[in-house]
Design a protein around this ligand. Structure first.
Ligand SMILES: [Zn+2]
Length: 191
């Protein structure tokens, strides 16, 4: 699916979700049977692991529709890039959305500072540059850092050689940042 159509599908699905008109598509045996031999997802979503930000639900999509990667703080690393490269190069996906959200716990931990226990520190460390970048901006510190963290993820993916970057430059691949509002259910595309 072309990126423009894919964005349209996500925007209209989210609108249905926000308005309580979800169709819950593509989740029964006919769809499962159709998909058994192959997938052709509409878009890739790199989202946070937060249980409240489930991509298939908030975009009102179903089985086989979204190629989803989730990690606390929607961070980019080699495994994430490799997975996205697979989706773009082999499944023909033309849209990647980096999806952060309001009151993200991982970003909040990074904003609060100090050392986090266990491997949580790895997450915090990876988010810290976004926190520092956004530190002087007016408004909510966590919201600002979430937005900056999304933006950095988009920049990283746009520069990811040798698969994503050239496809992005050629206009075959779109990479967008988006912010999910927990309060309303709305996904705001950051443009
Ligand atoms: Zn989060």
């Amino acid at each position: 699916m072309y990126a423009k159509e894919a964005i349209g599908a996500l925007v209209s699905g989210n609108q249905r979700f926000v308005e309580g008109r979800s169709r819950n598509p593509n989740r029964f045996s006919d769809r499962r049977n159709k998909l058994a031999q192959g997938q052709e997802p509409v878009a890739c979503i790199l989202g946070c692991a937060d249980s409240r930000v489930a991509p298939e639900i908030i975009f009102d999509q179903g089985l086989g529709d979204l190629f989803v990667l989730r990690v606390a703080g929607n961070l980019v690393n080699d495994m994430i890039v490799g997975s996205l490269e697979y989706a773009v190069a082999y499944l023909g996906v033309q849209l990647i959305v980096v999806l952060g959200h309001q009151r993200c716990g991982a970003v909040t931990a990074a904003v609060q500072g100090g050392t986090a226990p266990g491997k949580i520190e790895s997450l915090v460390k990876a988010i810290r540059p976004a926190v520092e970048q956004a530190a002087d901006r007016p408004g909510d510190k966590v919201d600002n850092a979430v937005r900056e963290n999304i933006k950095r993820g988009v920049v990283q993916l746009k520069a990811a050689a040798p698969i994503l970057a050239p496809k992005f430059r050629e206009g075959i691949l779109r990479i967008e940042g988006a912010f999910y509002h927990l309060d309303s259910g709305t996904v705001e595309f950051l443009g």
